[in-house]
Design a protein around this ligand. Structure first.
Ligand SMILES: Nc1ncnc2c1ncn2[C@@H]1O[C@H](COP(=O)(O)OP(=O)(O)OP(=O)(O)O)[C@@H](O)[C@H]1O
Length: 242
């Protein structure tokens, strides 16, 4: 089956420091892939290279089997949604305007607002939230609003960057469940970057571990739990060997 998205031999260094040293990773259509790895192993750099926010030194990103070019990247960016680490809502826009940010141009205000209220409902936020400004939201509500924005345009592929950062365990569990349910019901392909093992267990069909600039290990959650590989074993249990 053609991968929805594939990183092929991506390499990236900064000032002589190699961060990505030949990353090969593919995610199947409708699959939920979670990328784990210690801080500084290049998870964000990998995401940025895939999205075109950083230019890799070499290697390619393929979307639905074809390398992303300047023109196909524009189409790719139109068909993806993203939940940013800090939710990244625009302070000067209301919640519904944030959620419908990309839709307002194409649908017009009224229809865009309708879609925004629908998506807010999907993430458990009532219509009374639509006209608030982000400053009035708690961290958990802002995350949910960010999730509503990520799914507003019915994306085929969704990126989740540390989706539970800053949330208490109960709100984190709620976001994890929402992510899992939304990915399942929309059939979207999902790529999540996280340190949070609860997120891994809740949302991953497959887990890929970055280490030493490469995909060091990949497998499903049961395989991860049974892995004898020391990096995987220690990471998932938080074991520090100094
Ligand atoms: N624009 C840049 N210029 C120089 N170095 C960079 C740049 N972006 C990232 N790096 C370096 O690349 C390495 C990997 O960073 P990255 O942010 O991808 O790690 P990460 O795995 O996402 O970490 P974390 O889990 O803490 O977010 C780090 O050493 C970082 O300092």
């Amino acid at each position: 089956m053609t991968a929805a998205l594939e990183a092929r031999d991506l390499r990236k260094s900064f000032d002589g420091q190699t961060v990505l040293d030949g990353v090969n990773l593919a995610v199947a259509p409708g699959e939920s892939l979670v990328v784990i790895g210690q801080s500084g192993t290049g998870k964000s750099v990998l995401l940025k290279c895939i999205l075109g926010l950083e230019v890799p030194d070499s290697g390619q990103t393929l979307w639905e089997g074809a390398p992303l070019t300047r023109t196909s990247r524009a189409r790719f960016l139109d068909s993806f949604g993203m939940l940013f680490q800090g939710a990244a809502l625009f302070d000067s826009l209301t919640v519904w305007q944030n959620v419908a940010f990309r839709l307002r141009k194409t649908l017009g205000e009224q229809a865009a607002r309708r879609v925004a209220v629908e998506k807010l409902a999907r993430v458990g936020l009532g219509p009374e939230v639509a006209d608030l400004f982000p400053a009035a939201l708690s961290g958990g509500m802002a995350k949910r609003a960010g999730l509503a924005r990520a799914i507003a345009a019915d994306p085929k592929i969704i990126f989740f960057d540390e989706p539970t950062t800053g949330l208490d365990p109960i709100r984190a569990a709620r976001i994890n469940t929402l992510i899992r349910d939304i990915v399942t019901e929309t059939g979207a392909t999902a790529i999540t970057i996280t340190h949070d093992m609860t997120t891994v267990r809740s949302v991953a069909d497959r887990v890929a571990m970055l280490s030493g600039g490469r995909v060091h290990w990949q497998g499903d959650v049961a395989q991860m739990d049974a892995a004898t590989d020391r990096h995987v074993h220690d990471f998932i249990r938080g074991i520090w060997r100094g």
